[in-house]
Design a binder for this molecule. Sequence first.
Ligand SMILES: C[S@@+](CC[C@H](N)C(=O)[O-])C[C@H]1O[C@@H](n2cnc3c(N)ncnc32)[C@H](O)[C@@H]1O
Length: 268
Amino acid sequence: MSSLAAVTRVFRLTVLRKRVRHAWIETRWRIRKRTDYAIDGTVDAILGVKTFSRVPLAPDLSARNIEYDPLPYRSLRAIARHLPLSPGDHLLDLGCGKGRVLCFFALRRVRRCSGVEISPQLAEEARRNAQFLRARRAPIKVTLGDAIEAQIEDASIIYLFNPFSAEVMAPVLRNIENSLRAHPRPLRICYANPAQGTLLESCDWLTRTDRFLVTWNGWHTCPVNIWSAGSQPAENAPTLGPARLRLRRGGSACLKESRAAAERLTRR
Ligand SMILES: C[S@@+](CC[C@H](N)C(=O)[O-])C[C@H]1O[C@@H](n2cnc3c(N)ncnc32)[C@H](O)[C@@H]1O
C-alpha cells in the first residue's frame, strides 16, 4: 500500500470514529431527555397537576426575565437531598412558573410553600396546580407579580431556577437582605443554573455551602448552588460528583414517591 493510501485510510477511520462517537452521544442525550419527559408526564398525572412543557415569555418581559422551563422531577429529588427541610420551613420560589417546585415541596412536611410569578397565564396555572395537587401536606400560595416587589416575609428557603437577569437579581438580593435585617433568621438560597451567581458571591451576608450538578434537558450539566445566611451551619462540603451518580436512580424513586403519596390520599 502506498503511503498516500495509508494516510487516506487513517484519515477516514478517524472521521468514522468521530461520527460514531457523536451519534452515540446524541442517542444517549435523546434517550435521557425522553425518559425525563416520560417520568415528568407520569408524575404530573399521578399528582393531578400539569407542569409540563416550556412556555415562552411575552416579548415585553423577555429582555430581563427568563421563560418557563422547569427542571425534571428527578433533578428536584436530587436537590431535595441537598436541602434538608424541617416542619418550620417556608419555601419561596421566585419565578415559580406553573408551580412544579411548589407542588413537589408541598408533598413534604414544611410550614408552607409560596411562589411569585410575573406571567399572569403561568401564575393562574400554578394556582390551579396548587388547588388540584393530590396528597398535599403544606399550603401553597401563588402571587402574581414581579420578584423585585416580592414579600420575602419569613421565608427560610428561597428557590431560584435562573429566573431573571442581573438587572432584576440585584434588587431582589437587596430585598432579601432587608428582610433578614427585619427578621433575623437562618436562610438558604437554592439557585439552579446560577447565571447571576457572581452577584450572590459578592454578598458578604451569604456563604456558599453546597454545589452540585443535576440533569436538565437530557444533559447532566445544570449546576445548583446553595448559599446560606444567618445562623445556618456551613456543614455541607461542596459535592459536585456524587449527585451525578445518584441521579440515575432518581427517576424510579420519583415515580415511587408520587405513587405512595397518591396511595396515602386514597387510603384517607
Ligand atoms: C426557568 S423558569 C423556572 C420556573 C420554576 N421556578 C421551576 O423551577 O419550575 C423561570 C420563571 O421565572 C419567571 N420570571 C421571570 N422573571 C420574573 C420576575 N421578574 N418576577 C417573577 N417571575 C419571573 C418566568 O415567567 C418563568 O416562569
